[in-house]
Write a protein that binds this ligand. Structure first.
Ligand code: NAP
Length: 351
């Protein structure tokens, strides 16, 4: 694309904001042109404002860019990636949609709003139709799209192809979630080293509600959630990046192990067919080794955008059980939002 689409990042200095900057460097369609964070950071250069925590250096152009206050101004680009905590997002994100921006949000603030699409392109890319029901869109073309909670996304990527073919009826899931999921500086080291914390505020409710919305169907501008019973147990563990989940599921139709594995391995959608730049070649990878997936070894598969599944075996309570792993700040946050931005471009919502 000769003229790249300028994009802004709100919450640019945080854990997810930094991933946006890393993943957008050299992006074939998008170019970061505008950065914002809290008033603590506004007015500073990005290098001064951010405590950079990634293994690649801050791109020089970004390092020198001045961080702005989190409000639309005359330079704000049309496409905004937002990585704000939910309280700030509730107030700030609508200001951008109101100003005519396409807001692609990571926070939970509006995910369950009936007119806001909650989207994983491989699963429910058609839910972006909800955009047309938003009052901002009708007024001036502004709108909001969200990506799911970082633990819901891995689970739903594994369930979606099975739900289409065998109808998933019940799910029990226990998560082992990385510390980076709590932002920076996150959980104090003395609380997490050598420990497991069996509580993440509101996480279980988010996983249960968001999974049903993601697997739901859209008609006449309304999403009907999937009729699926889901019970989630969420735990924080001393892993840097990558959420691992142990899942048991009951299916509406009889399925054999090789059919389930083939359904995962063959799963593709138009994100792959259209070659969206951030779409992984294979959204769900089945790993046959008995002791995989593991966060350290498997979280970067598909450039951090694939869900890695393994250990499919019969369940004594439901039908089948398995393990799924996904990268929480890439597939679970910044990468998911960038892929949603690419989907919106491909669907013509950024024109
Ligand atoms: P974080 O590291 O705490 O970063 C928060 C960002 O928001 C910082 O840039 C901060 O700016 C900015 N901010 C805070 N209060 C603000 C305010 N009042 N006005 C404007 N900017 C403000 O959090 P994170 O982990 O990146 O998470 C960001 C969002 O993504 C959250 O909603 C989180 O739930 C969601 N999420 C996170 C993950 C993950 O794995 N970490 C995964 C999925 C979704 P300053 O630096 O100036 O304070």
């Amino acid at each position: 694309m000769p003229n790249k689409i300028p994009v802004g990042i709100v919450g640019a200095t945080g854990t997810v904001g930094q991933r946006f900057i890393q993943l957008l460097e050299g992006h074939p369609w998008f170019e970061v042109s505008w950065l914002a964070a809290s008033d603590r950071s506004a007015g500073k250069s990005y290098a001064e404002a951010a405590t950079w925590r990634l293994a690649t250096p801050i791109p020089q152009r970004v390092a020198d860019t001045q961080v702005r206050s989190a409000a639309p101004d005359k330079d704000t680009p049309r496409l905004i990636f937002a990585a704000l905590d939910a309280t700030a997002a509730k107030e700030i994100e609508p200001l951008f949609a109101e100003a005519g921006c396409a807001v692609v949000s990571n926070s939970s603030a509006f995910r369950m709003a009936p007119d806001v699409p909650l989207v994983i392109p491989e699963v429910n890319g058609d839910h972006t139709e909800l955009i047309k029901t938003q009052s901002w869109y009708k007024k001036n073309g502004g709108f909001m799209v969200t990506n799911p909670n970082c633990s819901a996304i891995g689970l739903v990527m594994a369930l979606a192809p099975l739900h289409r073919r065998f109808r998933v009826e019940k799910v029990f899931v226990a998560t082992m979630q990385a510390v980076s999921g709590a932002g920076y500086p996150g959980v104090p080291s003395l609380d997490i080293v050598g420990n497991v914390i069996p509580y993440i505020a509101n996480e279980e409710q988010k996983m249960e509600a968001e999974s049903c919305k993601l697997l739901g169907t859209i008609s006449d501008g309304t999403v009907a959630p999937a009729d699926l019973k889901l019970s989630a147990h969420c735990n924080r563990v001393a892993v840097e990046d990558g959420h691992t989940e142990s899942v048991s599921m009951k299916l509406g139709k009889v399925a054999h192990a090789e059919e389930i594995i083939a359904t995962w391995e063959e799963f593709r959608c138009f994100a792959q067919k259209l070659n969206l730049p951030t779409a992984p070649e294979q959204p769900v990878i089945y790993e046959r080794a008995a002791d995989r997936p593991q966060p350290r070894l498997d979280r970067d598969r598909g450039r951090g955008m694939s869900a890695v599944v393994g250990r499919l075996r019969p369940c004594n309570i439901f039908d089948w059980k398995f393990t799924v792993l996904s990268h929480n700040t890439i597939r679970g946050a910044a990468g998911a939002a960038i892929l949603n931005g690419e989907l919106l471009k491909a669907q013509g919502y950024l024109d």
